[in-house]
Design a protein around this ligand. Structure first.
Ligand SMILES: *Cc1c(COP(=O)(O)O)cnc(C)c1O
Length: 540
């Protein structure tokens, strides 16, 4: 299997090159040259497979055996998911006859990004060790320096994915004092020698700007071989396809023998469109999914696209004087972060302006609506995506052709959920017959599932993806359940792993100003150091 860019470049990459490259040089995202079909007998053959078995089965359809053998793949996958606390890795729980939750938060950092990042870290290490094994003595070893910024909710998943990995260093910048104490502790209590938490005196946007400048600095980038582990990395999407298959089988095993589950809907709390895109691949491979439901918070660019066909940063249909109508969030008066246009919501991991992985879906929609032979259609799709993305870059908006919107509506529906609805949903599921405590991201999906269910046929099953443990977003959960006398956070939510976390040993490097040169200095002084050489905490 080879991979190419969504923007039409001719070049074809191996899986290894795709994973190590991340973003294509033309700005596009890598996609497989075709979507593989499932083996004829997959329903019977895969039925009793574990998460690991299914990972090997699904991933090997996308990775040539001469790149990673089945035995090596199994080792990588086993290692990656041995860090999960639940024997099913991603268990499926019943809420009512038609609604199930697929819990994706049983990994080391209690959020769904672990599923992909645990594997990505092991893939990086595997490729680097293999490359370095062929180097002669004295030849420079290949290394990667992973750099990223976090507002708190996702940095720890990258850190846990890369901790202790050979030939990889990771630097995660966070705004000092602006991250919740639990989230900060989740990151800074990882004291492996290759993990560097950088606390920048400034905002999250400052941290992001610094990371962008580092990647833009050609010389620095080449010297340190900077890498990102953001959600556009193909390996992340691929890893996430597995739980769609697993949950299909788990649903089947929980239903009476012989139940036909041709109508299964996946409801996915969506930000950068990576999680739900994995479901799209599963569907295209042959998993019998009727619809994928895109659930967004008030950062609703995707929900607006499925309503209008317009993909635009700012809602042009909003009444009022242009951009400020959206920025001020007419209904609830919440302020947008002035610089970026992102609205801060109770589900921060979905606070986005544009959804990076949506570009991959656009390519498939363009392909479907192109004409000619396979190769011609691929070229045409690349040209179309390239044009749309240029409009996005120049104008912040693009209006997609009607047939493209119609294609998108065949597989997806989308709903936008406000913060108020999110809080009400947490409360209502806690107070239902089978009490369930949802984190705010999961609650966005649960709320969307209820809306969509109103028009579902009676034999439709809904699987709602639960992307974070409620303890990770304790403020929102406690706020939603403040009026429920039977609710006790410490007893009902707090996992034992979080107890005492705040008192554990920490390692963090303080940077006194949001200054890219200071951060460069930190990276230069620490890359490649071995355990023992690094003092507990430093300051720049
Ligand atoms: C990242 C994240 C999401 C959104 O997933 P995308 O793949 O970006 O759509 C949802 N919930 C949580 C808790 C997340 O961390």
């Amino acid at each position: 299997m080879k991979y190419f860019s969504t923007r039409g470049r001719d070049e074809r990459l191996s899986f290894e090159e795709t994973v190590l490259t991340g973003l294509a040089p033309d700005g596009g995202l890598y996609i497989p040259e075709h979507i593989p079909a499932l083996p004829e007998n997959w329903k019977s053959e895969w039925r009793s497979y574990s998460f690991v078995d299914l990972s090997v089965a699904v991933l090997s359809l996308y990775i040539s055996p001469d790149e990673i053998s089945q035995a090596e793949l199994r080792q990588l996958v086993e290692k990656s998911y041995s860090t999960f606390r639940h024997p099913d890795v991603t268990p499926l729980k019943k809420l009512d006859d038609k609604t199930y939750v697929l819990e994706l938060f049983h990994g080391p950092t209690f959020a769904f990004k672990d599923v992909a990042l645990q594997l990505l870290g092991n893939l990086f290490e595997f490729f680097l060790l293999r490359r370095n094994a062929t180097k002669s003595e004295g030849e420079a070893q290949e290394r990667l320096t992973v750099v990223g910024a976090t507002s708190g909710d996702t940095g720890s998943a990258a850190i846990y994915g890369l901790r202790g990995k050979a030939n990889v260093s990771i630097f995660i910048l966070h705004p000092k004092g602006r991250v919740s104490p639990i989230q900060e502790a989740q990151m800074t209590t990882v004291t492996d020698a290759n993990v560097h938490n950088v606390a920048v005196k400034g905002t999250f946007d400052d941290c992001q700007d610094i990371v962008k400048s580092l990647f833009a600095d050609k010389e620095f980038n080449a010297t340190h071989r900077l890498a990102a582990v953001n959600s556009i990395n193909w390996a992340r999407i691929l890893a996430q396809t597995v739980y769609y298959f697993l949950s299909y089988f788990h649903l089947q095993s929980q239903l009476p023998e012989g139940t036909n589950i041709e109508l299964i809907q996946y409801v996915v709390p969506t930000g950068n469109f990576g999680d739900i895109l994995a479901g799209y691949y599963a569907k295209r491979m042959g998993l019998p999914v009727s619809k994928l439901v895109v659930a967004t918070n008030e950062n609703d660019i995707l929900a607006r696209f499925w309503k209008s066909g317009k993909y635009e940063k700012v809602d042009s249909s909003a009444t009022g004087p242009g951009p400020t109508a959206v920025a001020n969030g007419a209904s609830d008066g919440k302020q947008a972060a002035a610089s970026s246009g992102v609205k801060e919501t109770l589900s921060p991991a979905m606070d986005i302006v544009v959804s990076s992985n949506f570009e991959r879906l656009l390519w498939y929609l363009a392909f479907e609506n192109a004409t000619g032979a396979q190769g011609e259609k691929q070229k045409e799709a690349g040209r179309a995506v390239n044009g749309w993305m240029s409009s996005m870059k120049a104008d912040g908006r693009v209006e997609l052709p009607i047939p493209v919107l119609e294609s998108a509506r065949k597989d997806f529906v989308a709903e936008r959920i406000s913060d108020d609805e999110t809080l009400a949903t947490i409360k209502s599921f806690f107070e239902s017959d089978v009490p369930y405590i949802a984190d705010p991201h999961t609650a966005v999906a649960l709320a969307a599932s209820r809306i969509v269910a109103k028009t579902n046929s009676p034999n439709t099953y809904q699987v709602v993806l639960s992307t974070a443990h409620p303890a990770k977003f304790s403020e929102a959960v406690s706020r939603a359940l403040a009026g429920s006398p039977q609710f006790n956070f410490d007893r009902d939510v707090l996992p034992k792993e979080f107890r005492g976390l705040l008192d554990m040993e920490k390692r963090v490097i303080d940077v006194e100003r949001p200054d890219v040169e200071l951060v460069k200095g930190v990276i230069e002084s620490l890359v490649g150091h071995q355990a023992g050489e690094i003092k507990k905490s430093g300051s720049v």
